[in-house]
Design a protein around this ligand. Structure first.
Ligand code: NAD
Length: 260
């Protein structure tokens, strides 16, 4: 299928690792032009091998001065902007609300939701100036943005916030032809989640498979989410094939029913 995104000018935050890198690679394969930012200098240095053709800026999305410089770099490298992927996010602290250090709360909120505002506010003038006829913003939320998530209140609060931010942006920007959608991943397969499952399995003295099936008990489709499925849905939402899809929160989570 031709997605029709050759030469689409795309900015991916946190694009040097994880879902962001896979998304950047998928855009590049489809012929898009990609600029990424990240806080990991080593991962940025590896982009030449991992995502040949991508340009990049060292930038923490929670720092507005760094974001301003990053946007300048992106516009110079891409020659304008058609699509923003607000992917950066961190797990934040684990603990009950009355145990969480306020500094940890603020860091999680600052990266997971204020970071999306920081990048969107400087991206919007460029999206409005685009003459590509296909402009959009895709914000990364989480399954934690549709359920309560005990012991992870800052992350859940931020990821629910992403949904309100997305739906509001979609309404504000519709008259400019700019679409805005959110993606809500479930547990994404990768080294990190496998080591979490392994650690819990050892602690409970059960097998890896038993621990994984307990973890996936709240999903209709009992599988970790392949990161490529997130890259693919993101690239599809950014394409003209999705020209009437806006203001939506799209779950890729095996039909999760609860995070309790
Ligand atoms: P990750 O932890 O693998 O990190 C990806 C990249 O983000 C890394 O290269 C890291 O250096 C960069 N990064 C971290 N903080 C940053 C900052 N302040 N500014 C710029 N870059 C920063 O993340 P991931 O698992 O690929 O998740 C991507 C998005 O998907 C996040 O918003 C996350 O909350 C969301 N999500 C992930 C999962 C999952 O299971 N992995 C589930 C639901 C939602």
């Amino acid at each position: 299928m031709d997605l029709g995104i050759k030469d689409l000018r795309v900015l991916v935050t946190a694009g040097a690792g994880g879902i962001g890198l896979q998304t950047a690679q998928t855009f590049l394969r489809e012929g898009a032009k990609v600029h990424v930012c990240d806080i990991d200098t080593e991962a940025l240095a590896n982009l030449g091998t991992n995502a040949p053709g991508a340009t990049s800026t060292l930038c923490d999305v929670s720092d507005r001065d760094q974001v301003a410089k990053m946007m300048d770099d992106a516009i110079k490298a891409l020659g304008g902007l058609d699509c923003l992927i607000n992917n950066a996010g961190i797990a934040g602290p684990t603990g009950r609300v009355d145990e969480i250090d306020p500094a940890d709360w603020e860091q999680c909120i600052n990266i997971c939701i204020t970071g999306q505002f920081n990048v969107a506010r400087v991206a919007i003038p460029h999206l409005k100036a685009s003459r590509s006829g296909n402009t959009s913003i895709i914000n990364y939320s989480s399954a934690a943005g549709k359920f309560g998530f005990p012991l992870r209140s800052p992350y859940a609060a931020a990821k629910w916030g992403v949904i309100g931010f997305t739906k509001t942006l979609a309404m504000e920007l519709g008259e400019n032809g700019i679409r805005c959608n959110a993606v809500q991943p479930g547990p994404v397969d990768g080294a990190r989640i496998r080591s979490v499952i392994d650690g819990k399995a050892r602690a409970l003295n059960i097998s890896f498979d038993e621990m994984q099936s307990r973890m996936l008990a709240n999903q209709s489709i009992k599988s970790l989410i392949p990161p490529q499925q997130l890259a693919d849905i993101t690239v599809y939402l950014a394409s003209p094939l999705a020209s009437t899809i806006s203001g939506q929160d799209i779950s890729v989570d095996g039909d999760m029913q609860s995070l309790a």
